[in-house]
Design a binder for this molecule. Structure first.
Ligand SMILES: *Cc1c(COP(=O)(O)O)cnc(C)c1O
Length: 367
């Protein structure tokens, strides 16, 4: 069995977690601050604020930016549900811009078509580890005076035109178990704005600045020291892991080229992709459907995943609501029908990679 993702913590993680437990500092503690410091250095940003998961980091960022009822937020229809849930949790209204099939991310042009007088913020999602076209999106946000929050949950360390994602606007990262960097559950907000960072630190701790001095109606959004210990163990080896993901992507790029009906993912010019997922499109020219490919890969013991099988708002909880405004998104509609992600994680051996590529070639040759 070759799984789509592997959670592998090393002996350094064991040592750090044990030391957090033995120190008695299991909730607040030095590892949280150290993780914030090291992550901010890695991203190249002044402030990194740790929270308990990546959904919280989106909600906290929106709340600290002042997004709320009456505001519209434009995001991707082709994302994990957390992006939409965060907008709704803040009481804002969600609108959707179509994606590009080149990088699966929303574009400045499609965002511009959705802007209304009530638009307050944009949330581009850097899907699968590749940044959206942030140079154009940042310019649009500046021109229209809109807040910019990047959902970088899948794109730790990715860059666009030499600038790291999470620094164009406010950044939101996830450290869920299967993300490129994990703390088991965790999240991080990145910003160069001192007062925003300060507000986030107060908000995540019940709105409290000093003991029992409440400045804001806050929340308990804190990351624990045990979780931060896991995160610290992941940062030092991360560059190497990304290198391995890139090497695996290069392997597939060669091994899977020229299969009729298979479109390989592209790293676009100026983008530094961190390959959280390696996502193929099975087009209408293929002799086998996307779902048949998934069934047969699964039958052959090769893990694969459909991220995502439907548009984010195409589920009953989001039907017929005034705060979810669907639109025509033909590229995203095509993506939900055609995408399939195959294993790309750094734990794959050369023979695993051969096996995955061989199986895809055989299956795609026809029934
Ligand atoms: C994982 C993910 C999130 C949410 O992160 P959690 O840590 O699971 O709460 C948000 N957006 C995207 C695009 C994600 O992939």
């Amino acid at each position: 069995m070759i799984p789509i993702s592997v959670v592998k913590l090393d002996t350094r993680a064991e040592e750090l977690v044990l030391s957090a437990i033995r120190s008695g500092q299991i909730v607040q503690g030095e590892f949280v601050e150290q993780l914030e410091h090291e992550f901010s250095e890695m991203i190249g940003v002044t402030h990194a604020v740790a929270v308990n998961n990546g959904t919280t980091s989106l909600i906290a960022a929106l709340e600290a930016m002042g997004v709320g009822p009456g505001d519209e937020v434009i995001t991707s229809p082709f994302t994990f549900v957390a992006t939409l849930n965060a907008i709704l949790a803040c009481g804002a209204t969600a609108r959707f811009a179509d994606i590009s099939t080149e990088d699966f991310n929303i574009t400045a042009e499609n965002i511009a078509a959705q802007i209304t007088p009530r638009t307050r913020a944009l949330i581009p999602v850097h899907l699968y580890g590749q940044g959206a076209d942030m140079t154009a999106i940042t310019a649009l946000a500046a021109e229209k005076n809109l807040l910019l929050l990047e959902d970088a949950a899948q794109a730790h360390g990715a860059a666009v035109d030499g600038t790291p994602v999470g620094t164009f606007g406010v950044g939101s990262f996830s450290f869920y178990a299967t993300k490129n960097i994990t703390t088991a559950e965790g999240g991080m907000i990145t910003t160069n704005d001192d007062s925003l960072a300060d507000r986030l630190r107060v908000l995540r701790n019940q709105g409290m600045r000093a003991r029992y001095q409440y400045e804001l109606a806050g929340n308990n959004w804190r990351m624990t020291n045990i979780h931060a210990a896991i995160g610290l163990s992941q940062l030092s080896g991360y560059n190497q892991q990304v290198k391995q993901r890139r090497a695996n992507a290069t392997f597939y790029g060669e091994a899977l080229s020229d299969i009729p009906g298979i479109e390989l993912p592209k790293q676009l010019p100026g983008r530094e992709h961190v390959w959280h997922q390696y996502t193929l499109r099975v087009t209408s020219e293929a002799r086998v459907t996307r779902d048949e490919l998934v069934d047969q890969l699964t039958g052959a013991g090769i893990g694969c995943g459909i991220y995502y099988p439907k548009l984010v708002y195409d589920y009953p909880p989001y039907y017929n609501r005034a705060d979810v405004v669907p639109t025509s998104v033909p590229n995203a509609e095509m993506a939900v029908r055609e995408v399939v992600s195959i294993p790309i994680h750094p734990q794959l051996s050369a023979s695993d990679l051969d096996e995955v590529a061989g199986a895809i070639r055989t299956i795609m040759a026809g029934r």
